[in-house]
Write a protein that binds this ligand. Structure first.
Ligand code: ADP
Ligand code: MG
Length: 514
């Protein structure tokens, strides 16, 4: 009797396996560009038609292949990149599975022209391979036509052409970001060889915060540019683009309360680590990775990103301005004069020139014009002061008395952490001492906000905004100086910028000049 079980022919095996590696035109472009990178290409030109469904052509000037190699490259599990499983521990190439060309050539009409000095043309259709001599400079050209023509079921489940085109652009941009020295083109879009900074700017725009640590380099965008999803996150490990929930989470934690819980920071991060610290063989498309030491990686990334938010001031100008005398002026809120002496940390000089104060805004001149939102600065300072462990306390000559309403208990119990000394007497909150930066006169208003507000962040922010006072130039300058002692000197506790900078470009925009 004939057996019901038969071994599938190679072509069918490849077509089934192709599902894992080549889901869609974008995944084909990814595999082929990675091959070109592995072949040492300096330029990679890609042409697509109808979102890549009709045609994908990719041309490189890499090492090329001999006729024998070209034939072998189409076989499943044929690769020049590893020889044994241990080789994964020292892997420096993008590919290693030897699956892509076998898969792609089994689900399309496939043509290759390749030369390592001697040129070969190779055509595959429906499992038949024909080779002939041809003319070509060193390098490889692959042409993939009529994708999925022989797997109609797969064809049905494809995205629209325009979605596919967008996905391909994303693939090319993602790889181009990691290889700025290589020329890329996709149809009429050209990415000329350049520096990393320039390519980043071209592809993702200017990201504000530089991330730098041992084995970590990259940029993170201003929290104001946070996105509703993770598409603005580019992660590379040893230049391989990857997705890692672990790293995304580390960055998110580092950005902390600067962005809303539901938002995702935008970043481009390059991690470098010994290949044996990671396992890249966990996903057929090599999109994910497993780390040997998850905890250590998490901490390292988080730390580096946290540091990126502490501004590094580099001053090219000498000191051109002497600080206006900060007399012991008395402000309604907050008083910083006493604190300035406490902390002797003035390790960098200030070249800014205070120009004017418009009540709530201070205008400074650095290399650019800087407009400072003084209320936002107040709330940043207040927020950080309230959070520090040891607070200088000022006893009040006349204790403040505030009636306690039902439901106040919980907030009252937290006042101690803020450095407020109090007693409770007959349903009255009696405040005996306040942290030095909180004035007795403004405490009732602060307390009212604190009771109604949800968090310290919000309380300090709302309280500072609700203050009707305007600032003199002296006061504004003192605030600006006090700000320099804060951990974060860029955003208020709710993530709004403390200042804006006007450079020539921005001014031109504002005035609608070309
Ligand atoms: P992998 O990249 O995992 O080795 P592929 O199926 O993608 O598997 O490629 C098979 C082999 O074909 C590669 O190992 C490489 O030797 C060769 N190859 C593929 N593309 C190119 C190219 N553009 N230039 C030179 N050699 C290539
Ligand atoms: Mg490959």
């Amino acid at each position: 009797m004939q057996s019901k079980i038969l071994k599938l022919p190679e072509t069918v095996i490849n077509q089934i396996a192709a599902g894992e590696v080549v889901e869609n035109p974008a995944s084909i472009v990814k595999e082929l560009v990675e091959n070109s990178l592995d072949a040492g290409a300096r330029r990679i030109d890609i042409k697509i038609e109808r979102g890549g469904f009709e045609k994908i052509v990719i041309e490189d000037d890499g090492c090329g292949m001999s006729r024998e190699e070209a034939l072998l490259s189409l076989e499943r599990h044929a690769t020049s990149k590893i020889r044994c499983i241990e080789d994964l521990d020292t892997l420096s190439t993008m590919g290693f599975r030897g699956e892509a060309l076998a898969a792609i050539s089994s689900v399309s009409r496939f043509e290759m022209r390749t030369s390592n000095g001697k040129a070969t043309r190779l055509v595959v259709e429906g499992g038949n391979v024909v080779t002939e001599l041809c003319a070509r400079n060193q390098g490889t050209t692959l042409e993939v036509r009529d994708l999925f023509y022989n797997v109609p079921a797969r064809k049905k489940f494809q995205k629209s052409q325009s979605a596919s085109q967008a996905a391909i652009l994303r693939v090319v941009e993602t790889l181009a970001l990691a290889h700025p020295e290589i020329a890329f083109s996709l149809n009429d879009q050209v990415f000329a060889p350049t520096t990393l900074e320039k390519r980043l700017e071209r592809i993702v725009g200017k990201y504000e915060h530089l991330v730098r640590g041992q084995g970590i380099f990259g940029y993170i965008a201003s929290p104001l540019q946070a996105a509703v999803n993770r598409t603005g996150q580019y992660l590379y490990i040893n230049k391989r683009p990857l997705f890692s929930p672990l790293i995304s989470k580390a960055v998110k934690e580092a950005v902390g309360t600067r962005i809303a819980e539901s938002m995702h920071p935008r970043f481009v991060l390059f991690l470098e680590m010994a290949p044996d610290r990671i396992d890249v063989n966990v996903h057929p498309q090599k999109r994910e990775v497993r780390f040997r030491e998850e905890g250590a990686i998490f901490r390292k990334v988080k730390e580096a990103v946290e540091k990126a938010f502490v501004p590094v001031h580099e001053f090219s100008e000498p000191l051109v301005f002497t600080t206006p005398e900060v007399e012991s002026f008395s402000m309604n809120f907050p008083t910083f004069a006493c604190k300035a002496e406490e902390r002797q940390l003035d390790h960098w000089t200030m070249p800014e020139q205070p120009l004017a104060v418009f009540g709530k805004f201070l205008l400074l001149q650095k290399q650019k014009l800087v407009i400072v939102d003084l209320k936002a600065v107040s709330s940043r300072i207040l927020f950080e002061n309230l959070q520090t462990e040891k607070k200088a306390i000022t006893p009040l000559l006349w204790p403040l008395e505030i009636p306690i309403l039902p439901g106040d208990e919980e907030k009252i119990s937290q006042l101690e952490q803020l450095g407020v000394e109090y007693r409770i007497l007959n349903k009255t909150l009696v405040v005996d001492a306040l942290p030095s930066f909180l004035e007795a006169a403004s405490f009732p208003a602060f307390y009212a906000e604190w009771k109604g507000g949800k968090s310290l962040k919000e309380t300090t922010s709302r309280f500072s905004r609700s203050q009707t006072k305007t600032f003199s130039l002296q006061q504004a300058w003192a605030l600006w100086q006090e700000l320099q002692k804060c951990q974060d000197r860029i955003y208020d506790p709710l993530g709004n910028p403390l200042f804006i900078e006007l450079d020539e470009e921005r001014l031109t925009q504002l005035l609608h000049r070309k």
